[in-house]
Design a protein. Structure first.
Length: 79
C-alpha cells in the first residue's frame, strides 16, 4: 500500500487528509497522481508540491515502492 497525505487547501477538495492506495509493481509517481486526479480533479489543479518519503520530488517519473509515503500540497502561507 502507498500512504497518501494531503495538506493545505488540497484537503478541502479531497475531503480527507490521508488515504491508502494499492501499490502496483512498476507504479510511478505520475501513475499515482493521474489516478488520484481522476477522482479529485479540483484538488490536483492546485497541487504544486510533492514529497515522497519526506523528500521533495519534481520528477514525476520516479518509481514508487510498496509502503511509500507520498504527500501532495498546494502553496499556502501562514502567519
Amino acid at each position: 500500500m502507498i500512504k497518501v497525505l494531503f495538506f493545505g487547501p488540497v484537503v478541502e477538495h479531497t475531503g480527507c487528509n490521508a488515504m491508502s492506495v494499492a501499490y502496483q509493481p512498476g507504479m510511478s509517481l505520475q501513475n499515482l497522481r493521474d489516478q488520484l486526479a481522476v477522482q479529485y480533479p479540483r484538488a490536483f489543479e492546485i497541487v504544486c508540491l510533492v514529497a515522497v518519503d519526506g523528500h521533495h520530488v519534481r520528477d514525476l517519473s520516479m518509481p514508487l515502492a510498496d509502503n511509500s509515503e507520498v504527500t501532495f500540497m498546494a502553496k499556502f502561507s501562514g502567519g
